[in-house]
Design a protein around this ligand. Structure first.
Ligand code: FES
Ligand code: FES
Length: 137
């Protein structure tokens, strides 16, 4: 299967590989797997709780070139976005940007699911913080 130049470029120079401390309250962690092939993607965001802006992102993907490229691209797109803006990232945008063929569409779905899971994890942590420290009225 020929990979597009953009997939190869991300595959050869993946951006933002690594991880943050998952216990950090400003970090959201998403861990998702693709039933189609067994690939696994971990994606993390580091959020400024005051502004809601994603200041940094990391990923680790055990999977095919398209999954690695999709998560690498996702981390690039996440940085500088608010959490709400990040929820609007669609796998179809990743498919378009990377010119993924139909059999590799699920690799981009994995990235969208990982983004959503990371945001959900971050929001759960923030809810817990607020419950512990009620905002002054
Ligand atoms: Fe082989 Fe995804 S199908 S790594
Ligand atoms: Fe399964 Fe890419 S994530 S083949």
């Amino acid at each position: 299967m020929p990979y597009s130049d953009k997939v190869l470029e991300h595959y050869n120079n993946p951006r933002n590989v690594g991880s943050f401390d998952a216990k950090d309250e400003t970090v959201g962690t998403g861990l998702v797997g693709a039933p189609e092939c067994g690939d696994v993607m971990k994606l993390q965001i580091k959020v400024n709780p005051t502004t809601g802006v994603i200041e940094d992102a990391r990923f680790k993907t055990f999977g095919c070139g398209s999954a690695i490229a999709s998560s690498s691209l996702a981390t690039e797109w996440l940085k500088g976005k608010t959490v709400d803006e990040a929820l609007d990232i669609k796998n179809t945008q990743i498919v378009e940007e990377l010119a993924l063929p139909p059999v590799k569409v699920h690799c981009s779905v994995l990235a969208e699911d990982a983004i959503k899971a990371a945001i959900q994890n971050y929001q759960q942590k923030q809810d817990a913080v607020e419950a512990r420290e009620p905002a002054a009225v």
